[in-house]
Design a protein around this ligand. Structure first.
Ligand code: ZN
Length: 240
């Protein structure tokens, strides 16, 4: 069975900032789609904030196995009604990847019950993202660490729940450390937070960053028995 992937992007910086437009001329969502479409078992669609229902109709939400989410300047414009539908779908088994500044998204807050707050600065610092789980499916093919020459610095303390699986911890040349990649189980679904991807740096053209996303999509996709997990109903005893 193919993995049905939906890439959601706010798609504002790329339209309004000339510098960002040069890095991602068709938007971050199209850059990700191009990179991920090499995988023949992925069926990929995209959705953006300014589309009707933010591109996330019931049909799209119900037929998505893994949703990638990039947002930054317009978190507040994402309708609560859509957030609720996406969160409900995660609880019923859909995987979700919250990218970079989605740490402050409504979805992060609704799904984790935490603020997602962190410290940050934009000083083109070098980042080393250390692989904490060398035998984990998400780090397959990654090796000891991922080196990113320039990224926005994110630092602890990070306002998140204790992760169920802590996959990456980063060091930045300014001295900060940060939990850059982690998995949290949300009822029947899995949330993967992954930090690289500031809009003024080409991190989504880094093959190792993309490799992590490919691995993560396969790891958090729902599998197995998922019928009826959304309903509570009275049943006859199994053993009669
Ligand atoms: Zn950023």
């Amino acid at each position: 069975m193919p993995v049905r992937v939906t890439i959601w992007n706010e798609y504002r910086h790329e339209l309004t900032d000339e510098y960002v437009k040069k890095i991602y001329p068709d938007g971050i969502h199209e850059a990700l789609r191009n990179q991920l479409s090499s995988e023949t078992d992925f069926v990929i669609r995209t959705a953006t904030l300014d589309q009707p229902e933010h591109g996330l109709t019931d049909e799209v939400i119900e037929n998505t196995d893994v949703l990638l989410w990039w947002g930054h300047m317009a978190h507040g414009q994402v309708k609560d009604e859509i957030v609720k539908k996406v969160a409900d779908r995660v609880r019923r088994g859909m995987g979700i990847i919250l990218l970079h500044s989605a740490h402050a998204s409504k979805l992060m807050q609704v799904l984790t019950g935490c603020s997602g707050s962190l410290s940050w600065r934009e000083q083109n610092e070098k980042q080393i993202m250390w692989n904490m789980k060398p035998t984990h499916p998400i780090t397959e093919g990654i090796g000891e660490y991922i080196l990113i020459e320039h990224e926005e610095t994110y630092g602890e303390p990070f306002g998140i729940p204790n992760p169920d699986e802590l996959i990456f911890i980063s060091w930045f040349s300014g001295g900060n450390v940060f939990r850059s990649g982690w998995v949290k189980n949300i009822e029947n679904g899995k949330l993967f937070y992954f930090q690289p991807g500031h809009e003024t740096f080409p991190s989504y053209k880094n093959p190792q960053v993309i490799r992590v996303l490919k691995n993560a999509i396969r790891y958090i996709k729902p599998s197995g028995y998922t019928e009826h997990v959304d309903s509570i109903w009275q049943k006859e005893p199994v053993n009669r």
